[in-house]
Design a protein around this ligand. Structure first.
Ligand SMILES: Nc1ncnc2c1ncn2[C@@H]1O[C@H](COP(=O)(O)OP(=O)(O)O)[C@@H](O)[C@H]1O
Ligand SMILES: [Mg+2]
Length: 290
């Protein structure tokens, strides 16, 4: 491993994964700085879960290397598993057991002290629900329990596969706040998402993944600056609507003409979004299959 990667919590070099002949992940490389949130954003089938499974030592890559805290995921899997927490894509709690019983089961696997259960429940605002059976909880509450379970071993690095997926907007916002809170505690976090707002809001660095390849990677702000376009929307007095790209001569000519003739009734601007970036790069919407 190169020396300049030592302050990185995760370093991924030319990672590829084939399922039989199908290459689901194609030579991706990225590194994640300690204490930051990194996002893998892409549509269904892009290769996000496959990447997370390799990074969390579920299976080895077909080629390439991953280091977590300087340890190799193939050679040092047992050591790595002690230092990471994972929230998988589908919820897999014991529905008939209480919240406490679910967490206690995993706590024993990790040999964490009993007090840890109330600590992790507090971290997700669920300490009042210890005695409730999981099956009585809402999907958003279950997701909080999934996150608290991943915190039992006080991991340095957290992996969250689509943490806000399928949740109502209120729960999704709560989960985002929990994730930000964990970053404030110094954890390094990798999330996958197909939700551009979630990616934009949470991530310090964002990799856009499409058909197994990373096609762009930067801060959300830089991605929008580079690939997106801020637009001026003008409504005229007779009800016509113009969408003008900012900073082009043609746009300023139209704007000038309309305003000289007192044709403008309303002006507002629309900032570039990560969705625009994705469309610009792929010609597709994020909601399309990859
Ligand atoms: N166990 C598997 N066997 C064969 N193909 C798989 C398997 N898991 C995933 N795939 C395929 O690999 C591609 C990437 O899947 P996945 O990593 O789950 O994407 P994402 O999480 O971005 O939706 C998809 O085309 C998917 O059908
Ligand atoms: Mg997935």
């Amino acid at each position: 491993m190169a020396d300049d990667t030592m302050d990185k919590a995760i370093v991924t070099e030319n990672l590829s994964k084939k399922y039989s002949d199908f290459e689901a992940v194609k030579s991706i490389s990225f590194s994640i700085k300690e204490g930051t949130i990194f996002g893998l954003l892409g549509p269904n089938g892009a290769g996000k879960s496959t990447t997370i499974k390799i990074l969390t030592c579920q299976f080895p890559p077909t080629s390439g290397t991953v280091y977590i805290g300087g340890l190799n995921t193939v050679v040092d899997a047992l050591e790595i598993k002690k230092k990471i927490g994972v929230v998988f894509e589908s919820q897999n709690l014991y529905e008939e057991l209480s919240v406490y019983e679910n967490l206690n089961f995993f706590r024993r696997l990790y040999n964490s002290p009993k007090e840890r259960i109330s600590e992790v429940l507090k971290a997700v605002g669920m300490e009042k629900y210890q005695k409730n059976k999981v099956k009585t909880l809402s999907k958003g509450m279950k997701q909080k329990i999934m996150i608290s379970r991943a915190l039992l071993n006080d991991p340095e690095v957290l992996f969250l596969d689509e943490p806000g997926s399928g949740l109502d907007p209120h729960s999704a916002r709560e989960i985002r706040q929990i994730i930000l809170g964990l970053k404030e505690q110094g954890k390094t976090i990798l999330i996958t998402t197909h939700n551009m707002e979630e990616a934009d809001f949470l991530c310090d660095c964002l990799a856009i993944i499409h058909k197994g390849s990373i096609i762009a990677m930067d801060t959300p702000a830089n991605l929008k600056k580079k690939y997106g376009e801020d637009v001026l929307i003008i409504k005229t007095v007779i009800g016509d609507i113009y969408e003008l790209s900012l900073n082009t001569n043609a746009s300023s000519d139209i704007f000038k003409k309309l305003s000289e003739n007192n044709q403008i009734s309303l002006v507002h601007s629309k900032e570039a979004t990560i969705e625009d970036v994705f469309i610009k790069l792929t010609g597709k919407k994020l909601t399309d299959e990859s």
